[in-house]
Design a protein around this ligand. Structure first.
Ligand SMILES: [Zn+2]
Length: 301
């Protein structure tokens, strides 16, 4: 049996957690070599590490999870994120995040994003003319050219680094962004603390994650797509807020966020979540904006 990491709560450090959601065959019962194909989604059967609820702070996390070395190996083989979702829908979803940031009254300064993909929000930020330097940390090297184009020629640094942000001058950033990144991290507190240091006083960090207290999660139980091998923890409005405050952010505002999906994609995803087989039923491709189990938190330094 491969040795997995045994973790205390990544938010509060407590080690008393009670198992809450497991797959029929649990990830922790597989040797690493046999678990790898499930990471890539090659099998229909769903397998993930058991999620447990921390008795200290309420965070839902996997007490047993991949080691950093195993994760490096797994991510190296992985296709880019969300390539299932057509990009017009993804683009509409990401515009919504930019508008949420604008409503906070974005101050002048530098822009930092972790996991910007091809730069959906970077494009809006560059067009706004409010930012000096763009700091973009994107592990997927195949999108770096697209990302550079999204900056529209503004000064930028693009890096594959995901742990060390010390190249960013302290107190220089007015907006930092992490879309579906925090729930992939083994040590999310360390990342939040490191980002906070780069922010100016009054600078904001936008965090988007799944919400394990959403109706969609309750309706689909263990079939809820975010319960998977790629998420070592999953947040809700209370735990994301507590984590940001514990990392030193002063004000944290949490809202449900809107995701745009083509209707046919949504129906097939929902059917999968409920265990139905629709096959190749043709459905219209209307874009739908739904508040579907994601949350956006805006944390202020
Ligand atoms: Zn805890």
């Amino acid at each position: 049996m491969a040795a997995y990491l045994q973790r205390d709560c990544p938010l509060c450090g407590s080690n008393g957690a009670e198992a809450e959601v497991s797959s029929d065959r649990r990830g922790e019962d597989f040797p690493f070599g046999e678990l790898q194909p499930y990471w890539s989604g090659l099998f229909r059967e769903k397998v993930f590490f058991t999620y447990a609820r921390c008795g200290g702070c309420g965070l839902l996390y996997c007490p047993t999870y991949f080691t950093p070395g195993q994760l490096t190996q797994l991510y190296a083989d992985m296709a880019p994120n969300m390539d299932l979702v057509p990009s017009a829908s993804l683009s509409a979803t990401q515009s919504g995040y930019w508008h949420a940031l604008k409503r906070t009254g974005v101050a002048a300064g530098d822009y930092l994003e972790i996991g910007p993909d091809i730069g959906y929000i970077v494009g809006h930020a560059a067009a706004s003319g409010r930012f000096g330097h763009f700091w973009l940390f994107e592990p997927n090297g195949s999108v770096h050219n697209a990302l550079a184009r999204a900056t529209g020629g503004r000064p930028h640094i693009i890096s594959t680094e995901m742990n060390d942000f010390s190249a960013v001058p302290v107190g220089s950033v007015s907006v930092a962004v992490m879309i579906h990144v925090l729930d992939h991290l083994l040590d999310p507190m360390a990342t939040l603390r490191a980002i906070r240091i780069t922010l100016k006083p009054g600078g904001v960090l936008l965090i988007v994650t799944h919400n394990e207290k959403s109706l969609l999660c309750r309706a689909t139980a263990m079939r809820w797509p975010p319960f998977c091998l790629q998420h070592p923890e999953i947040y809700n409005p209370d735990t994301i807020s507590l984590m940001a405050r514990t990392a030193g952010f002063s004000m944290v505002k949490v809202e449900r966020s809107t995701n745009h999906f083509p209707l046919d994609f949504m129906v097939h995803q929902a059917a999968y979540g409920l265990g139905l087989k629709l096959g190749k039923l043709p459905l219209p491709k209307l874009p739908l904006g739904l508040k579907l189990g994601n949350i956006q938190a805006i944390a202020t330094r």
